[in-house]
Structure formats: C-alpha cells, structure tokens
Write a protein that binds this ligand. Structure first.
Ligand code: SF4
Length: 235
C-alpha cells in the first residue's frame, strides 16, 4: 500500500486552445492558430507548468506547444506504414507474436512529434469501435502471445472501460502478455495516483504466467516530478 495520495493540485481540465495560453504572446498565438487548426493542441495546467517560458527552445515547450514548422509540406502522416498491417478495425498485426489494438484517439496531451497524428485528424476512423472482430482475430492466431493496447492513450479511458478490454484479451488462452502504452505518468500522473482502482485492476490481471506491463515515455528529466515518480512507483 502507498501511504499517501497526493492531493490534486492541478485542474484535471484539459486545455485545447492555444489562445488559452497566457504565456504566449499575441503574435505567437496568432501564428500557432493556423497549426492547431490542422493538428490539434491538447495539454493541461500541470504539464504546462513544467515549461520554462523564458526559453523559446524549452524542451517541454517543444514537446507540447505547436510549431509553425508542422505546416511544412513534407513527410508522411503514416510514417511507420501502419496501414499495411491493419487486419481488423483498430487492430494491427505486424510482428508475429504481437498484436496492437488502438483503443482510442485521445491522450493526456498531444505530443507534437507523434507518429500517429493522423488519428487526431480524422477522429474515430482508425480506432476500435467494436472489439469483437479484433478478439476473434487474436483468438484465431495462436502465435499472438503479446497484445499491446495503445492509441491514443489507454489511460485516458476510465479504468472501468479499460478493464472491459483487458478482461476480454486476458481471456484468450495464448495471450501471455498485455501491455498498456501510455504517456499519462508524464502528462497527468494524478490520473494514476488518484485512481486506486487502476492499480487494483492491473494487480488482478497480472499473473505469474500472464503478465501485464505498462510502458511509458518520458522525453525530458523535468517531466520526472515527484508526482510522476510516485505514479510510476504505484504502477
Ligand atoms: S501520448 Fe502517444 S499517442 Fe498520444 S500524442 Fe503522444 S506519442 Fe502520440
């Protein structure tokens, strides 16, 4: 058991508009509006508080604040060519042993470098809506021993909704590992700290012969706040 739950000191409310960020100049907000019209912006008070606003090249700022360079016309919206591996709506099968389920298209924040930005352009198009065909595919492929839940960010879902997915995947006999890919410990660790049902759910489904893992990404040491470290510890 963890002795304390940190009180929520930052609003859970997400910030979806650049013009809500007072630290940017009017000129910056004007320039970035064009970017956010194409590639959505999303953050929250907690994560924005990690930015050193005196530094225009602050690394945290570059992770989360749009950049006009995003409008330059080069690159691909599907750089990993994930579309080649789609075998059912929201399900990719690229490596023999691993299946990837895109459970949602929402995150604790939108990383400007995200290689799945296309998900946020056409909402709902590539993610799972009815998980039954995905489960049927995995069940009929015994080589799949490892299922990665991603998106979007699975921890954006309520624990109840996430458990409904985990429980069904867990019930497939040959699935030995369920992974949850999330950046929530960096973007909003209070999602984990303040929800004991999440760790209880992981404890319930992670067994010696059938493990659950949470994989996460931190891009800069300043993201490793006390709250972030506590959330990782809890997981
Ligand atoms: S958290 Fe993951 S899916 Fe969401 S924007 Fe960042 S890299 Fe993309």
């Amino acid at each position: 058991m963890f002795p304390v739950f940190l009180p929520v000191i930052y609003s859970k409310k997400y910030i979806n508009r650049i013009d809500k960020i007072a630290q940017l100049t009017e000129k910056e907000r004007g320039a970035l509006k064009r970017v956010e019209e194409k590639f959505a912006f999303r953050s929250n008070d907690y994560y924005l508080s990690l930015i050193n606003w005196d530094d225009p090249d602050d690394p945290i700022r570059r992770i989360i604040i749009p950049d006009t360079a995003e409008l330059e016309d080069w690159g691909k919206l599907d750089p990993s060519e994930e579309s080649r591996y789609v075998v059912a709506p929201g399900l990719e099968h690229k490596y023999d042993q691993t299946a990837l389920i895109l459970v949602n298209d929402m995150c604790g924040g939108f990383c400007r470098y995200c290689f799945r930005k296309r998900l946020f352009l056409e909402k709902g198009r590539e993610i799972v809506r009815d998980i039954r065909p995905d489960l049927a595919y995995i069940a009929s492929h015994p080589e799949i021993t490892n299922v990665l839940l991603s998106g979007g960010d699975p921890l954006y879902l309520s624990t109840q909704r996430l458990e409904a997915i985990v429980q069904k995947v867990h019930a497939i006999d040959h699935v030995r590992i369920i992974r949850i890919g999330t950046k929530m410990p960096a973007y909003y660790p209070f999602r984990i700290i303040n929800d004991p049902t999440l760790t209880a759910m992981i404890r319930k489904y992670s067994m010696p012969d059938r493990r659950m893992y949470v994989i996460t990404q931190f891009n800069h040491p300043r993201e490793l706040t006390d709250a972030a470290v506590l959330s990782i510890d809890m997981l």
